[in-house]
Design a protein around this ligand. Structure first.
Ligand SMILES: [Cu+2]
Length: 377
């Protein structure tokens, strides 16, 4: 292999995680049967204004996928039909697709970019198609085994074409780790979802939320109820809160409505705080004071107090007693209002006057352990 295609493959590999996660959102709108998908590739290739590289890439995928599909289904007529259409679409190409690329060609860089851009477009289509098959396999009343076999076979075929097996391996892994379709007990559901979280496997997350159906909301609420119970140990509490939030997020994404996710996120955020305390403005100049004590190896960064209730029009002053700076601001997805202090140096302060009532959820943008809430009445 010459250096240029190797460089391209390296670039593609670098882009892979980005593309693989990015295409997922479109999968629902672009769900095809294999025949439709392959046919469409040839349709695009045969369009008059399709560039030479794009056409070559599309036809190569179509040719290989038609063969794979015919092998899977035993329908050789389909492969014959596609092959005939590929021949006529190829005739539209005036010069042969130069896979080797001449390193002395002054236009090499432009050609490379062009090739890379078109290969990326085709790849996004292929990824959508293959993940679409897995999504379909996860639905009820589908021939799950057949769809998963097909997804794996198409991913393998594409890997052979690109001389890169990483996508195929990822699909193999997803298929091998799919939860059984009859998740019955709550513990099984919880465990399967937590595994999907670890793997960042949005397909399985979706599957589980679909499986829960109308039970999703009470299921998530139950997790939080258990998390906030005083007898729940801290590690289990954090695990349950993280899972509840992730479930609520998937639930919201599937319904295109984040309001439930937001309410769950508020609850999980609040569950990590102390009980709310009605604060008296006793600090200098009649302000409420929140301190950031010095952190050590054993003491983590916190706000103290971390959960206060104040009146509209009152001012809170954050005083940094720590040896490091903090970046304090509202967590705007949850918060009713906004404030932001980009840099509070050691022994410096920040003040904010709350003119609007509402719940202000805030964090330190550097230290994960620092969270707080101001409730303005
Ligand atoms: Cu901080």
């Amino acid at each position: 292999m010459s250096n240029i295609p190797r460089l391209i493959i390296t670039l593609l590999l670098l882009l892979f995680p980005f593309v693989a996660s990015g295409v997922h959102a479109d999968a629902e709108t672009e769900r095809h049967s294999p025949e439709e998908f392959i046919s469409e590739l040839v349709d695009y290739a045969a369009l008059k204004d399709t560039s030479e590289h794009y056409r070559a890439e599309l036809l190569e995928v179509a040719r290989r996928f038609a063969r794979t599909h015919s092998e899977l289904t035993g329908d050789e007529a389909f492969q014959g039909k596609i092959d005939a259409r590929i021949v006529s679409a190829s005739a539209l190409t005036t010069t042969a697709f130069d896979k080797g690329l001449d390193p002395t060609d002054p236009k090499l860089y432009e050609k490379m970019l062009d090739l890379q851009r078109h290969a990326a477009k085709v790849r996004a289509r292929v990824f959508n198609f293959v993940t679409g098959l897995i999504e379909k396999a996860l639905e009820a009343d589908t021939d799950r085994a057949r769809l998963l076999t097909a997804a794996t076979a198409f991913a393998k075929s594409y890997g052979e074409m690109k001389n890169d097996d990483s996508f195929h391996q990822r699909i193999e892994h997803i298929v091998a780790t799919l939860p059984s379709s009859d998740l019955s007990s709550d513990d099984e559901i919880l465990q399967a979802f937590q595994e999907a979280m670890l793997e960042d496997n949005s397909l399985v997350k979706k599957f589980i939320v679909t499986k829960l159906g109308a039970r999703a909301k009470p299921f998530i609420t139950k997790l939080i109820d258990e998390a906030v119970s005083p007898i729940t140990p801290a590690t289990r509490k954090n695990e349950l809160l993280a899972t509840a939030m992730n479930l609520a997020k998937s639930y919201g994404e599937m319904r295109g409505d984040q309001s439930f996710h937001k309410s769950i996120h508020r609850r999980t955020f609040t569950a990590r705080l102390s009980k709310p305390v009605a604060s008296e403005p006793t600090g200098a100049g009649g302000r409420h004071e929140v301190h950031t004590p010095e952190a050590t190896l054993t003491i983590i960064n916190i706000f103290t107090p971390d959960n206060i209730v104040i009146k509209r029009g009152e001012t809170v002053r954050w005083v940094n007693h720590d040896k490091v700076a903090h970046v304090i601001g509202t967590f705007d997805f949850l918060s009713d209002g906004h404030f932001f202090a980009p840099h509070i140096a050691p022994s410096r302060e920040f003040e904010f006057t709350f003119t609007e009532a509402g719940d202000y959820y805030y964090i330190c943008y550097i230290h994960k352990s620092m969270i707080g809430k101001i409730q303005v009445e």
